[in-house]
Design a protein around this ligand. Structure first.
Ligand SMILES: Nc1ncnc2c1ncn2[C@@H]1O[C@H](COP(=O)(O)OP(=O)(O)OP(=O)(O)O)[C@@H](O)[C@H]1O
Ligand SMILES: [Mg+2]
Length: 230
């Protein structure tokens, strides 16, 4: 874990952070705990008095939430259309919310971003990670996260959690176990080749995962999180 964090600290994307805020993304398969940990992280940042913007994908803007509805509640959406809709929502979110917040020095915490498209559409749907990355780069105008935290859980763990919570599957979640296995594997593979993605074991209790995320952030960005692990 220490190597990717060190690399992230030195990456061009993270230089000059103080002047342009910080862009942190939580990623992972269905039921991995993204929304839970985004909530914990945002609450922690609030106690530290750090200005924070929380966003979720797809959605996060009025038009983006409309696109989310089309994506998750429709019948069949062809994979290429699914990708383009997701990227359209992301393009709006970046321009309307994320970029202005970063320019104002805010810490932006996102529930999914580019890595989701690479894992779900690139690998899961078989559109190809390279092509997805190229289109994503166009959609975001090249805006990349300073750090992406991947909450790694096996498909079965995510399923069991969602079942226990009585959550109803949307269109993408209904895509089947094989699809979701590909997604989990893709996330792991993508993390290996990307210095700005750090893997956290998401199978432990919520508090334990939260501590791991805090530890990671205080190590990677000591000037933003000077209070240690709080
Ligand atoms: N570490 C954990 N241990 C046990 N249960 C957890 C843990 N983290 C989250 N949960 C529970 O699992 C369920 C799914 O968590 P959460 O909604 O945070 O995941 P998610 O990654 O956002 O899922 P989705 O991809 O469906 O949005 C929730 O009921 C949540 O309370
Ligand atoms: Mg969620």
């Amino acid at each position: 874990m220490s190597m990717p964090v060190a690399a992230a600290t030195d990456s061009p994307a993270s230089r000059g952070r103080a002047a342009r805020g910080l862009f942190i993304v939580l990623e992972g398969p269905e039921g991995s705990g993204k929304t839970t940990q985004v909530g914990r992280l945002v609450a922690w940042l609030a106690t530290l008095g750090i200005p924070t913007l929380r966003v979720r994908e797809p959605g996060g803007t009025a038009a983006g939430e409309e696109i989310r509805r089309v994506l998750l509640d429709s019948g069949h959406v062809p994979p290429r259309a699914e990708l383009l809709l997701l990227l359209a929502a992301r393009a709006i979110l970046v321009e309307e919310k994320i970029r202005p917040a970063l320019e104002a020095g805010t810490v932006v915490v996102a529930d999914r971003y580019t890595l989701s498209s690479l894992a779900y559409q690139g690998y899961g749907r078989g559109l190809g990670a390279e092509r997805v990355e190229e289109l994503d780069d166009f959609a975001t105008g090249g805006l990349r996260p300073d750090l992406t935290v991947l909450l790694d859980v096996p498909v079965e763990v995510g399923e069991a959690r969602r079942r226990a919570a009585g959550l109803v599957d949307d269109r993408i979640e209904q895509a089947g176990r094989e699809f979701h296995r590909r997604v989990v594997e893709a996330y792991r593979l993508l993390a290996q080749s990307r210095p700005d993605v750090v893997v956290v074991d998401g199978t432990g209790p919520v508090d334990e995962v939260e501590r791991a995320v805090r530890r990671l952030l205080t190590r990677a960005f000591p000037e933003t999180f000077p209070c240690g692990e709080g």
